[in-house]
Design a protein around this ligand. Structure first.
Ligand SMILES: [Zn+2]
Length: 434
């Protein structure tokens, strides 16, 4: 703990010493979160996509690589026990609400809470902070728009389960300009008519039936609602400034993981065995579409979540998890490509990380690392648990401000190396405005 305090003080001194070099805050901050994405999820995706490790678009020397601790309020991470006591890592885990709150506000809270501290105190969300500093804000996910991770960046609620209230806060009160993801009341997870007969349940993710109907009248709501894959694609292809855009894909919950062929024990299904749906957008289209809405002003903050890496982990659907890693990696590649093409790494910070690991994904017989089985083949290994773990998660960062992230990473793990805490990601981003 002492070390961390010294580290922060040191980081601040160093920041002040740099002086004018830090005077201009970044124009663009993009935070990409693989929900449930531990080191082995990244490794599995890389082996599957490339047939070898180290070839993902964020595994180049341009990227700083660190690890991140994820525990919630009153938790801890002990690097020695993590690798010596097999049971240790399954205990004291964060959920996505507390983790999103930490990444958004820089404060650890209780599991289940969004944008509120342990005693229920209101915290400044990333959306509030960025809006106050003249940055447009976008939140994009493959799961419902009001699910814990996007909600943690804009909402202030005692329970992540209060979807209707969360939706109303995000859509009607928060400054967020672009919101995209699932949660459509009219469709199920195969794009067929939603069989949910309970009206409150059916409309929960979009703020209830009345809110949803009101949203379709741009004059009243101020939102432009898009739903069709072609609309997402069109937005991904050209600039469309000025409007607030709400993209709700044709899926009640998530884009792909819960489509047909799925059950709760899909341990051995191959990726793409059941073809991916084509009536929902890939995450890359949503990310680029959001950028095209946000980019015209004085800069923006965008959170992009590969939300169902976690969902696949909870049901140990290993093949589908790998599909979700590919979808997330494609979105990251599209974002990097956009910065190279239209932006500048001198005034852009891109951070890729996770909120926690899910499923204790391990190599064969519980080995530490996945084992490569070649391109297009599921790497050897599998899940060891159905829940979250307290493992460190990876962080990759490029652009303005990576030096600050490195300074916060003043703790050492014997396997993962230098790590920072999830709250310090939010702090490092805020430091760029000091
Ligand atoms: Zn989870």
């Amino acid at each position: 703990m002492k070390y961390r305090v010294y580290g922060v003080a040191f980081a601040l001194l160093a920041t002040m010493a740099v002086g004018t070099a830090q005077a201009a805050p970044p124009k663009v901050v993009i935070l990409m979160i693989g929900d449930g994405m531990g080191f082995n999820q990244v490794l599995a995706g890389g082996y599957y996509q490339n047939g070898e490790a180290g070839k993902l678009p964020y595994e180049t020397p341009d990227f700083v690589r660190l690890a991140v601790s994820t525990y919630a309020a009153r938790g801890s991470y002990d690097p020695e026990k993590a690798w010596s006591d097999p049971a240790y890592i399954n205990k004291g885990c964060t959920d996505s609400a507390a983790a999103a709150t930490a990444l958004s506000t820089g404060v650890k809270t209780k599991n289940g809470q969004l944008g509120l501290g342990p005693d229920g105190e209101r915290l400044e969300s990333m959306a509030d902070f960025m809006h106050a500093h003249g940055r447009a804000v976008g939140l994009v996910t493959t799961v419902p728009i009001t699910h814990a991770t996007p909600a943690g960046f804009a909402a202030h609620q005692m329970s992540r389960g209060h979807y209707t209230d969360i939706a109303k806060e995000m859509l009607l009160e928060s400054p967020v300009r672009v919101i995209m993801g699932g949660g459509h009341p009219d469709f199920d997870d195969d794009g067929k008519a939603n069989g949910e007969t309970d009206e409150a349940e059916r409309y929960q993710y979009v703020g209830g039936r009345e809110t949803w109907e009101m949203l379709h009248d741009p004059a009243r709501s101020g939102w432009k609602v898009i739903q069709e894959p072609a609309e997402f694609k069109a937005l991904a292809e050209k600039a469309a400034g000025g409007e607030r855009v709400l993209g709700v894909m044709r899926s009640y919950s998530t884009s792909q993981v819960a489509r047909a062929g799925h059950d709760d024990n899909l341990r051995d299904d191959a990726p793409y065995e059941t073809p991916r749906r084509t009536d929902v957008p890939p995450l890359a289209d949503m990310a680029l579409g959001a950028i095209n809405v946000l980019k015209d002003g004085d800069g923006f903050f965008l959170m992009v979540e590969g939300g169902a890496i976690d969902w696949a982990g909870h049901t140990q659907a290993y093949g589908r998890m790998v599909e979700e890693m590919v979808d997330f990696n494609d979105a990251i590649a599209a974002v990097i490509d956009w910065v190279n093409r239209e932006g500048s790494w001198d005034n852009t910070l891109l951070v890729i990380t996770a909120d926690h690991e899910t499923g204790r994904l391990s190599g064969p017989d519980g080995a530490r690392d996945m084992e490569n089985a070649g391109k297009g083949v599921l790497p050897k290994g599998g899940y060891q648990a159905k829940g979250h773990t307290n493992s460190l998660v990876p962080l990759f960062a490029r652009g303005q401000g990576t030096d600050i992230l490195k300074k916060y990473a003043d703790e050492q793990d014997p396997v993962r190396g230098a790590y920072l805490d999830n709250t310090e990601i939010a702090k490092a981003i805020r430091d760029l405005w000091k």
